[in-house]
Design a protein around this ligand. Structure first.
Ligand SMILES: Cc1cc2nc3c(=O)[nH]c(=O)nc-3n(C[C@H](O)[C@H](O)[C@H](O)COP(=O)(O)OP(=O)(O)OC[C@H]3O[C@@H](n4cnc5c(N)ncnc54)[C@H](O)[C@@H]3O)c2cc1C
Length: 468
């Protein structure tokens, strides 16, 4: 053991965001960390791959961070890459036929910061906006933890939201943030998104988009660990086969031991790796097989010309940086180059798309693009690359919170990963929080010592009843 009872060494299985977050915090406290990662690169589900066809580094899918993701932003700062995020405070919603609504903060303080732009938006009628306003007033006041066993769809219909309002407003936000349809997603998870991600503070909903391939965000981790006071190391291409309380056996038969062992693999892998004797006595593992998954589809497209609508006020012909397509199966489009010829389409909760071929996927996205941006019909699609992530995230259904395990339990194995009981949906923020909580558990300190506080609730939001 190291100084003051903290462990001298830690073994972390999994080099995704949870594993990296845990590693950096432990290294900062003088713990010698070894990360075992089965793949040849870091970042897990939030990483990039070299596309053999185009020879370009592509992200498996566009990853977006919001202003409220205080822990993930802290992690990026620790990695020295926080400036590789480009920030936008405006969202662009495009309707069929091409009308663009700009929704961004105005003169009023949170939670009313979107009021002016929202009132000007054309994709909803005034009556629908008032309907949404009434639901938001209710969302401000509810204790979301009391809504863990019902769907957000039930919550919305009890708030008098029409089907059209759900399709045009609530669904695009919820499906993108939680990766599950309104009719299936737990109300508490969706309420969390609106409370903390939109209403709590002016900067909560700012959209951050990495300006480099995701992989580049995590490359610094290895160097930072090696330079720590107790130097750490990252062993890529090293897969754990069995994890017990004191160490790991890899698929190559090599054994690694350490003072603490942190399992930071995706939920569907955990039970396969943990020693069966430990699994049978530690209740955290009993219900992990109840987690279901929800897929995400990312579609990289290259055109012969810019396809998104022009950005108002831009002098150099710049197009919108991103857009929500209102009531279309393709939920988001992101511009991936300055010329606007490369775009990335994201379809969350993409179950219906999984059987489609790449060609069919391209055609469906194209149909959505043409419907919302009629001027794009003249552009020639040169290349499509569809990346299907079948097990993208766990499905945050009602009741999920009761089966999400904590970092510590009836064995010494510490758990980290986006599926653990962070209170967040499967996101980079949730994964970072889990990694920080795991580091706290390893050090024997309260998780509040490691987890960065959420953005403070704006005074008016607080007066109106919003609690973090
Ligand atoms: C397509 C897609 C789009 C997404 N979009 C967003 C978004 O816009 N914003 C957002 O915040 N989140 C998004 N997410 C969610 C986010 O990527 C995840 O929640 C987060 O990356 C999970 O991190 P993790 O460390 O918990 O798990 P993982 O990233 O899965 O990391 C686990 C690591 O363990 C390794 N591993 C597995 N088995 C072994 C073994 N036997 N031995 C050693 N290593 C092993 C894996 O290779 C992996 O690197 C998206 C996810 C996907 C898939």
């Amino acid at each position: 053991m190291g100084r003051e009872g903290s462990p001298g060494s830690a073994l972390i299985v999994g080099g995704g965001i949870a594993g990296l977050a845990c590693a950096l915090r432990l290294a900062d406290r003088g713990v010698g960390v070894t990360i075992l990662e089965t793949r040849k690169k870091l970042g897990g589900r939030a990483t990039s791959f070299k596309d053999v066809r185009s020879e370009q580094w592509l992200d498996n899918c566009q990853h977006v961070v919001l202003g409220c993701c205080t822990n993930y932003l802290d992690l990026l700062a620790r990695l020295g890459v926080r400036d590789r995020i480009r920030w936008y405070d405006t969202q662009y919603w495009i309707e069929e036929g091409g009308r663009v609504s700009r929704v961004g903060p105005g003169v009023f303080p949170a939670p009313a910061h979107f009021t002016e732009s929202f009132l000007r938006a054309s994709f909803l009628t005034l009556g629908e906006k008032l309907q949404i306003g009434r639901a938001c007033a209710r969302i401000m006041r509810v204790n979301r933890r009391e809504y863990r066993d019902q769907t957000f769809g039930t919550f919305l219909s009890r708030c008098g939201q029409s089907e059209r309002v759900i399709r045009r407003f609530w669904a695009p936000v919820v499906v993108s943030a939680c990766n599950l349809d309104v009719a299936r997603v737990s109300a508490s998870v969706a309420l969390h998104v609106f409370q903390e991600g939109f209403l709590a503070a002016r900067a909560s909903a700012d959209i951050g988009v990495p300006s480099v391939p995701l992989l580049e965000l995590y490359e610094q981790a290895e160097r930072r660990l090696a330079a720590a006071s107790a130097p750490g190391r990252v062993l890529l291409g090293s897969a754990a086969e069995r994890i017990d309380e004191t160490g790991v056996i890899t698929t190559d038969g090599e054994r690694f031991d350490a003072d603490v062992v942190i399992c930071a693999v995706p939920v569907e892998r955990v039970c396969r790796l943990i020693d069966p004797a430990i699994r049978s006595r530690d209740a955290r593992f009993a219900r992990l097989d109840e987690f279901a998954h929800s897929p995400i589809l990312g579609v990289h497209m290259t055109f012969d010309r810019a396809v998104l609508p022009p950005l108002a006020g831009s002098r150099n012909g710049e197009t919108l940086p991103h857009a929500v397509l209102v009531d279309r199966p393709t939920q988001w489009l992101f511009r991936k180059d300055d010329a606007g010829k490369r775009i990335h389409a994201v379809i969350s909760a993409a179950d219906d798309w999984l059987p489609l071929s790449e060609d069919q996927v391209g055609k469906r996205v194209l149909a959505d693009l043409h419907a919302c941006v009629p001027a794009s019909a003249g552009a020639k699609l040169l290349e499509v690359r569809a990346v299907k992530e079948k097990l993208a995230t766990f499905a945050p259904v009602p009741g999920i919170e009761s089966i999400r395990p904590g970092p510590i339990g009836d064995s010494r194995i510490i758990l980290a990963g986006d599926y653990t009981d962070t209170g967040w949906p499967a996101t980079m923020e949730g994964a970072t929080r889990s990694g920080y909580a795991a580091a706290a558990a390893a050090l024997g300190v309260p998780s509040t010592d490691m987890i960065v506080a959420s953005l403070p609730v704006a005074p008016l939001a607080s007066v109106l009843g919003l609690r973090a």
